[in-house]
Ligand binder design. Sequence first.
Ligand code: HEC
Length: 324
Amino acid sequence: MTSWLSRIFSVARFVRSGNASPSARRPSPLSRVGRQGVAFLAIAVSSARAEDTFFAKRVTPILEQKCVVCHGAEKQKGKLRLDSFAHLMRGGEGGPAVTAGDPKGSELFVRVTLHPEDEDFMPADSKPPLTPDEVKVLELWIAAGASEVIALAAIKGAPALAAPKAAVLPLAPDWRARAPQIAQLEKALGIRLVPRSMVATDGLVLRTASSPGRCDDTTLAKLAPVADLIVEAELARTKITDAGLAVVGTFVNLRVLDLTRTAVTSTGLNDLLALKNLETLNLTATAVDDSGVAALRQMASIKQTWVFETKAGGADNPTAAAKK
Ligand code: HEC
């Protein structure tokens, strides 16, 4: 309970308990205080604490994230500020931004629901538009009276807030610092080192598919300068052997490894035990057997191994493709 609210409670209690105070001897002002106390109390229970209001919890974050850059303390485009309830209600050049109870009659709602190509569409300048869920939140709030104090729980059916993005862990160092080296290696070795995503710390995918026959143990050895950047290695049908796996064992950030139809054996797999992030391993049509695969499956990071067409888990056994 907030302190002002408990103060009201104690006033109300004091009023009801009556004669303890000297002012109790003057009944008429006291009974006036009493009525005020009760009236206050009624307001206090029907509205929520400021931080638990729908406006604070659901509406404000949307406006702050998508609108306040242009409608805040620094810029007031269209003479409109959206960084507080009072400003929002005051509106801008064109008058009030919101008409309580009437989303479609509210400029703020109309602007975010126009066709994105419309010149009046908000946010302006191709800034990230509201998501359908965010639009729905604004609609429900305006329809429910555009109140600053209505409780979070009082508006039913509002879509859940998008979970805050989990901090993205880097999978590998930023590859951009080594872009010239990467380009040089691609050219010299006839392989590709492709960024896994737009995120520069998501690592590189080693691709050999255009000419797997050109990739052998020597090729892999030459990748030492980018060993820590490779998170996926597509080595299917290459000429690599167990000697090459010793090099692969130095790709410390490797998560996905495809060794389909290569000459690797269970002996070579031992070098992979050093790869603490390895999740997916394809050993289809290799010479591996249970002796090598069993140890790998004990690795904490491993989620999936494929051993089709091998002696592991029984030759030609369809269950040889297994989770763990
Ligand atoms: C990149 C800057 C920019 C962003 C971001 C932006 N606006 Fe605007 N907004 C403008 C400009 C410029 C105007 C004035 C021109 C006009 O009326 O279209 C304006 C005008 C408005 C008006 C009309 C004000 C009036 O009274 O004339 C409303 C309502 C509005 N914006 C709502 C929003 C909402 C809601 C958001 C967030 C979802 C938003 N804007 C985000 C630039 C922006």
